[in-house]
Ligand binder design. Sequence first.
Ligand SMILES: NC(=O)C1=CN([C@@H]2O[C@H](COP(=O)(O)OP(=O)(O)OC[C@H]3O[C@@H](n4cnc5c(N)ncnc54)[C@H](O)[C@@H]3O)[C@@H](O)[C@H]2O)[C@@H](O)CC1
Ligand SMILES: Nc1ncnc2c1ncn2[C@@H]1O[C@H](COP(=O)(O)OP(=O)(O)O)[C@@H](O)[C@H]1O
Ligand SMILES: [K+]
Length: 502
Amino acid sequence: MLLTWDAAAVRAAEEPLLRDGAPLMARAATGLAHHVARLLRGARGAVRGAHAVLLVGGGNNGGDTLHAGALLARRGVRVTALTTVAHPHAEGLAALRTAGGRVLPVPDGDLPAPVRDALDGADVVLDGLLGLGARRGGVRGPGAGLVAPLADLRGRAGAGPLVVAVDLPSGVGVDDGTCAGPVPVADVTVTFGAPQPAHVLPPAAGAVGDLVVVDIGLDLAGPPAVARLEAADVVDLWPVPSASGHKYVRGVVGVVAGSAAYPGAAVLATSGALRAGVGMVRYLGDAPVVAAHPEVVAGPGRVQAWVVGPGVGPDDDVQRSRARDAVARAGSHGEPVVVDAGALDLLPPHVPPHVVLTPHAGELATLLTARGAAVSRADVEASPWEHARRAHEATGATVLLKGPVTVVVGPHGAAYAQADGPPWLATAGAGDVLAGVLGAVLAGRAADVAADPTLPAALAALAALVHGRAAHAANPGGPVTASAVADAVPATVAALLGGTAR
Ligand SMILES: NC(=O)C1=CN([C@@H]2O[C@H](COP(=O)(O)OP(=O)(O)OC[C@H]3O[C@@H](n4cnc5c(N)ncnc54)[C@H](O)[C@@H]3O)[C@@H](O)[C@H]2O)[C@@H](O)CC1
Ligand SMILES: Nc1ncnc2c1ncn2[C@@H]1O[C@H](COP(=O)(O)OP(=O)(O)O)[C@@H](O)[C@H]1O
Ligand SMILES: [K+]
């Protein structure tokens, strides 16, 4: 599991070490230079003779970058620092000059030719404009003028420089993952001490690239902020049947899905539940689910968890009433419920955290707006973390917000950000499959869910991880259908449980 700590926690961990004179910046710069050298060797076979360009802001982030530049210069790298403030980190600047690095000030407005030429000829660009000290509003001043040219260079297929973000892509909201202005997009981010929420939260996570953590000796006290489940976590969370288990012990999922207009959603949601290894699926509705899946039992009966809402239309009073009953049972009987799509508007004012909402950004905006906050889809997409949290606080439910990075928020600080699926996964019906997979894991661990209100959040992240990896497995590097994603779930789970996954 990748754990993150917010900016205040990282600063608090640095503080006693700095007071004792620990050389944190030297450690950070040494680790940074090491990883940049490794990347250069990989990209061009040698470190010596490469051209590194440093984007240098006014704080210690620029200081780290200048010191790393000095270390690279000593290894035969041609280093050009583009300084965007009148007084960059003094010791770092002196170290770079002593090591033979070149310094070019960047003015406001048009970039002078030498600055453009330096960027054009770079093998690697180190983004050291802003780190932990970024204040909301994106990069301001001359540094802002470097972001677009850098994006143009990266756009050159195969010919642009590697971009390495120092600590964080400059200008991201460290604790909430927002990007208030344009942010330099990195291939690799080298961070120091501990990852921070922006490394995993959207949209900032999209600018991070591969994340490398350099140990500078920080001792992080206090609880982490946002977590990201990794393949190795699946074995601890997935409901694996015991040798003596029977189908009712393994969990029965009740599915209320589909309508005359959207019968396929019911088939896909049950596919997700069946392929995730549930004991049984009971289906309530008129969609041709049993024809598609003969193992499904039609009609009511005992269940351990519900999936309600996929493909349920606004005028389908019968399905809506069944979905409402299931949500009510979550309060009275404690059965977990996944509330998706057409059932999201049926929530009572407050629900327990074993009710898991699975909206996409548009549905979350509608849900929050219905509760008195005027929120648009664009607002949610600009700050998914903040809005998922607001929805959890407003409803009490565990909230899984779908998107390129899926964000999960539950009670007591439970929070996850999963980026497991390829963009091909954004296809009709994929969300129905996810709802089914999540229903299956909630049913399989219903007894544990009753004892631990934070577990639904972990299981929601687990379902997102498996769903995303199934999309990769269904057709590596190419398009997938929602049905193909469901079909890939059994082998994906087997690989993750058998230790054969990456
Ligand atoms: N203190 C240390 O010895 C260590 C520092 N570290 C580095 O220090 C960084 C944090 O340094 P700082 O606290 O100096 O902060 P930063 O270097 O992130 O930035 C602070 C500077 O940027 C300006 N600024 C803030 N928001 C801006 C915006 N939106 N547009 C333009 N300028 C803006 C501020 O006025 C200030 O001059 C970390 O990210 C990390 O790279 C780490 O190496 C760990 C050790
Ligand atoms: N750019 C993206 N990259 C990866 N996954 C994505 C991206 N956009 C959306 N997804 C995922 O695709 C799925 C789409 O679900 P949803 O929007 O509910 O579609 P539907 O309602 O048609 O089933 C979700 O799991 C979501 O997280
Ligand atoms: K940076």
